[in-house]
Design a protein around this ligand. Structure first.
Ligand code: FMN
Ligand code: SF4
Length: 671
């Protein structure tokens, strides 16, 4: 009997049956506009189809020019464009998969000059003011959706998803705050929802009965003036009546100031929203966001939260998620840790999406781990992210790999990161690597120091010896009030009530969050999390908002940096605001442009601009960068051996697990 009977049970849609309850959530990955993008997308989606996903949804494709994300963004408006998609649909079907194309009109979130909206109201997160659509243009836009759906069918897709959430055009029609029209598309709720309902109706007309139409419904807007639960239910019923086959969940507009997918969001936190709609419609409902294990997915389905689960980023992290669950091997799954560092951050920086824990994601045709023709003896020294990734990938290719580490456990700096509240997902990465090292037969030797001579017999030596914290040159740095970040995060050094954290990079933020955490495990408990961020789980008002309630922080923390740039400027593009907001809520003062003058019994003496002052702190935590550890590498070179240097030992500017895992995997691919 399967461990996941609900997750793996088929779903009968009448004209077709999905093999299981896993929908791969839509992700625009940047390949849509890239050179050889269709070929690369074909490989990307085909791997996920082979891995057993029940229904794949592609990233958003615009139905017309104005709806594109930016100048040159992907659209589907002509038969010639439809022809380009064939390679994707053929590849997925060859693997026995099913794929629907998402139609996404960016509305006022578009990043170009000709953006449109129901009303000429600029989005708070956009530099461009939109133009108001005329009545005739609204009609034409609806027809454009229908044309895109017809062309998608022609291109071989099994369905379309109509993107009606996250604050894009459809949402902008539905919400009174973005729709100030007085014609039949504005005013009453019935008028405001006419646009999406009409889209579904005309799409159904265009594609016939035996074609999947998923409607992605904004079930919780998280913005002032957003929909109420009653309105959401009304729209769901209307969308069903208009011809939707499946209703998917969308959470939060992009301009919402409440995190919806970050790693600090508890797993499955938003699934209660979908559950509120269960029983109100008869089409299958899909729930979403931060569902990253088969156990949780099964629990949600068994508990009646939804009929299907959407997993987007987990399918970047592991294309074989479903197959591994079906084989009863959940421990083999490479779990999405919700970091956004290589997926959403890349998307918003104009880079091709990938995945921190799986650098092959969206690079399937370039980063291949093909079996080696020449089995070599490979030594990898250092079992941090770079070393583990290299060892596992080299062994996967057939090399004979030994992994050494002086510590008593694998993981390197991941063991430090996992101590930060909200970053416990790194435990999954450690579990995954532990499993892979064992599965691939890597000879792991812990508590083992190796010298250059010890390594002489290996064909390839990879040095991944990591970093040591840097100690800045400040008078009084030896004062007993000074500790390092490892002392605090790893070794539990005592910390006073008043603290200065020196260095506001990723580690400085981690330490500040660690020291101001109230111990309430908000990142594991949705009710606590939502209370702190101001989400109303009773969903009584518009947008599901409530006043945030924050506990008093356990101590006073100053987070300081020498650089004059905004504190946190170097954090992730899509997550930096969350960390800054979190610390602001906890009363942390964040100060850039600080000169550290000296440390003594009075505290930390600093100068900011022209002003010198003393911060009367009990503890000073150094988060002032790292030095690469290259002793072994240099000894190898001195002894005339060649070696490869990767990870923090190579570039130690800031601890960077994304870069380390990518570099380790790429090196293994070339050995
Ligand atoms: C790189 C990336 C691109 C995305 N692009 C889209 C998109 O084009 N359309 C869409 O509806 N959602 C998009 N999303 C949101 C996902 O569909 C999903 O709602 C979100 O990632 C949360 O689900 P997860 O925790 O399973 O990843 C994107 C997410 C990511 C990470
Ligand atoms: S980069 Fe991080 S959030 Fe994105 S898919 Fe990979 S593990 Fe998940």
């Amino acid at each position: 009997m399967s461990r996941y009977p609900h997750l793996l049970s088929p779903l009968d849609l009448g004209f077709t049956t999905l093999p299981n309850r896993v929908l791969m959530g839509s992700m625009h990955v940047g390949l849509e506009e890239a050179e050889r993008g269709f070929e690369r997308m074909a490989a990307f989606y085909a791997e996920r189809a082979r891995g057993g996903v029940g229904l794949i949804v592609t990233g958003g494709i615009a139905p017309n020019d104005e709806g594109r994300p930016y100048e040159g963004g992907a659209k589907l408006t002509t038969e010639a464009e439809a022809g380009q998609h064939r390679v994707i649909t053929d590849a997925v079907h060859r693997e026995g998969g099913r794929i629907a194309m998402q139609i996404l009109h960016f509305g006022r979130y578009a990043y170009h000059q000709d953006l449109v909206a129901p009303s000429p109201l600029q989005a708070p997160i956009s530099p461009f003011p939109p133009r108001e659509l005329t009545d005739a243009e609204v009609e034409r836009t609806i027809d454009d959706y229908a044309r895109a759906a017809r062309l998608a069918r022609q291109a071989g897709y099994d369905g379309v998803e109509i993107m009606g959430s996250e604050g894009y055009l459809i949402n902008e029609f539905i919400a009174a705050q973005t729709n100030h029209r007085s014609d039949r598309w504005g005013g009453s709720y019935e008028n405001r929802m006419r646009f999406p309902v009409e889209i579904v109706r005309r799409v159904r007309e265009a594609v016939g009965e035996d074609f999947i139409i998923v409607y992605r419904l904004s079930m919780l807007d998280l913005v002032p003036g957003g929909s109420t639960l009653d309105e959401v239910i009304t729209l769901a019923k209307a969308v069903e009546a208009a011809g939707a086959t499946i209703i998917n969940t969308g959470i939060g507009w992009h301009e919402a100031r409440i995190p919806t997918i970050a790693t600090s969001v508890p797993r499955g936190a938003y699934t209660w929203v979908t559950k509120r709609l269960m029983g109100e419609v008869s089409v299958p409902l899909v729930t979403t966001n931060r569902i990253n294990t088969p156990e949780l997915a099964e629990e949600l389905l068994a508990g009646g939260s939804a009929d299907m689960v959407s997993m987007a980023r987990p399918m970047l992290a592991d294309p074989d998620f479903v197959a591994k669950a079906a084989a009863g091997k959940p421990e083999a799954i490479n779990t999405c840790i919700g970091c956004n560092q290589a997926c959403l951050d890349h998307t918003f920086s104009g880079k091709i999406t990938s995945c921190l824990v799986n650098p092959r994601a969206c690079h399937e045709t370039e980063l291949t781990l093909s079996p080696t023709r020449l089995r070599k003896r490979v030594a990898v020294v250092g079992a941090g992210p770079a070393g583990m990734a290299c060892a596992v990938s080299a062994a996967e290719r057939g090399h004979d790999v030994t992994l050494f580490d002086a510590a008593g456990e694998i993981g390197g700096q991941l063991n430090v990161a996992r101590k930060v509240p909200g970053k416990q997902e790194f435990d999954e990465t450690l579990r995954y690597f532990r499993h892979q090292l064992d599965w691939q037969g890597v000879d792991v030797r812990l508590n083992t120091w190796v010298s250059a001579e010890d390594l002489a017999a290996y064909d390839e030596v990879v040095v991944a010896t990591g970093v040591s914290p840097r100690t800045p040159d400040i008078p009084g740095i030896d004062h007993p009030s000074v500790v390092g970040y490892l002392d605090v995060l790893r070794d539990g050094a005592p910390v006073g009530d008043r603290v200065a954290v020196l260095g506001a990079g990723g580690i400085g933020f981690d330490v500040a969050e660690f020291l101001t955490d109230g111990g309430d495990k908000a990142s594991e408990d949705p009710a606590t999390y939502f209370r702190q961020w101001g989400v109303d789980m009773d969903y009584t008002g518009p947008g599901g908002l409530a006043a945030p309630e924050r506990p008093a922080p356990p101590r006073t923390v100053h987070l300081l940096q020498r650089k004059t740039t905004k504190v946190g400027a170097g954090l992730g593009k899509t997550t930096g605001w969350i960390h800054r907001t979190e610390l602001k809520h906890r009363g942390v003062t964040m100060v850039p442009g600080v000169r550290y003058d000296r440390i003594d019994d009075a505290g930390l003496h600093v100068t900011v601009g022209e002003e010198s002052t003393v911060l009367p702190v009990d503890t000073i935590v150094l988060c002032t960068g790292q030095e690469p550890r290259r002793d072994l590498y240099e000894a190898l070179l001195a002894a005339g051996h060649s070696a490869h240097l990767i990870g923090g030992a190579d570039v130690a500017a800031e601890l960077d697990a994304k870069r380390a895992i990518k570099q380790g995997t790429e090196l293994a691919a070339s050995l």
